[in-house]
Write a protein that binds this ligand. Structure first.
Ligand SMILES: Cc1cc2nc3c(=O)[nH]c(=O)nc-3n(C[C@H](O)[C@H](O)[C@H](O)COP(=O)(O)OP(=O)(O)OC[C@H]3O[C@@H](n4cnc5c(N)ncnc54)[C@H](O)[C@@H]3O)c2cc1C
Length: 317
């Protein structure tokens, strides 16, 4: 497994301080805002819990990149970027940049934004040995070897502890509107519209987000009107707290069956495999081959099992 080439080594005192805090032995985990704290299992009780550094290091609006410490909240990051008319693909659900990446969930508007995995261009994380590892780069030409940034997304801090990342930024569209209609079908919406940013359903009502320049949004709204009695609404519905990961086909069929097995109420995101429910998703079986690779990866990255013990990274949509 490759580590940082000398050219990418850092003498940044903030990251060096973080690495020192992680140290070289004993169980350790990073806490963000704890909005997904029990995802992947319960942390072993004797684990030292630390925080990642926070703050925005550099925003380059013309390059459409931002370098940010992992402990920064997504809300603070987006507030800063909004001043320059930009945002990132990270979901803002009260968590930190590092937490959002470690959990690896896509924003419910991922159809119209990037996936979290592709928005992450570079990571600087502290390894189980206490070393700062840099991987990826703000431009594609700087990147070679394994794609460690993508591996880190959804790894729940079990392979490395994120200190700083470079994310791709995107322009905030001039117009962003939500529409809702009872009795419409999400499949019809996906087939009729050119590029909705989000299509949600609870089995009765369908919500659609349209974004872009006003004439394009107006044209999409006219297409929507041809398939249902859509009216503009303030925003998406309140999401139940638990997140399920299904296939996009299963999500569409949820609309027809009207329920998630074992759950009483849900909001499903069409076009992605995401469902929010009041009930936690039952454990899913993992392909045995994938389980072996995951175990070997963990063994290589963290031979003593000191990073986030008790948690196991699963699949994310
Ligand atoms: C009601 C609700 C709705 C949500 N809806 C969405 C949604 O629509 N789309 C979506 O994408 N997400 C959604 N989320 C999830 C949200 O994005 C995550 O909660 C957030 O990304 C986690 O950030 P956190 O700082 O709270 O992490 P924490 O809960 O503090 O930590 C989560 C895990 O990440 C690890 N971790 C945290 N920081 C680091 C780090 N720097 N390095 C390594 N590991 C780290 C922790 O050890 C822990 O295992 C929702 C959450 C809630 C509660």
């Amino acid at each position: 497994m490759s580590t940082a080439p000398a050219a990418l080594a850092t003498n940044d005192p903030v990251l060096l301080g973080f690495a020192e805090e992680v140290g070289t032995d004993g169980p350790v985990a990073v806490a963000g805002r704890r909005t997904r704290w029990t995802t992947g299992g319960t942390l072993a009780p004797d684990t030292r819990v630390i925080a990642a550094p926070s703050g925005i290091v550099e925003h380059l609006p013309d390059e459409m990149t931002v370098t940010v410490r992992a402990g920064t909240t997504v809300a603070d990051l987006h507030a800063e970027l909004a001043a320059a008319g930009q945002r990132t693909a990270l979901p803002d659900r009260g968590g930190t940049v590092g937490g959002a990446l470690a959990v690896g969930e896509n924003d419910l508007r991922a159809l119209g934004r990037e996936r979290v995995r592709t928005a992450l261009l570079q990571v600087r994380y502290v390894s189980a040995e206490g070393r700062i590892v840099t991987s990826g780069g703000p431009t594609v030409k700087n990147v070679s070897g394994f794609d460690l940034p993508r591996l880190m997304v959804g790894s729940l801090g079990t392979l490395g502890l994120l200190g700083e990342v470079i994310l791709r930024t995107n322009p905030i569209p001039p117009v962003s509107r939500w529409y809702a209609a009872a009795g419409a079908h999400p499949r019809a919406v996906l087939e009729t519209l050119l590029a909705p940013s989000a299509v949600l359903t609870n089995g009765e009502t369908v919500w659609v987000e349209l974004e872009g320049h006003a004439p394009d949004v107006d044209a999409e709204a006219a297409r929507l009107a041809s398939i249902g009695s859509f009216a503009e609404v303030a925003g998406p519905p309140e999401l139940p707290v638990h997140r399920w990961s299904l296939t996009p086909a299963e999500v569409l069929s949820l609309h027809d069956t009207g329920h998630v097995i074992g759950a009483s109420d849900f909001v499903a995101v069409a076009g992605l495999g995401l469902v929010f429910s009041h009930e936690p998703q039952p454990p899913r079986s993992v392909d045995p081959g994938v389980a072996i690779i995951a175990e070997r990866l963990k063994q290589n990255f963290d031979p003593t099992g000191r990073l986030n013990p008790g948690r196991m990274a699963g699949g994310t949509a």
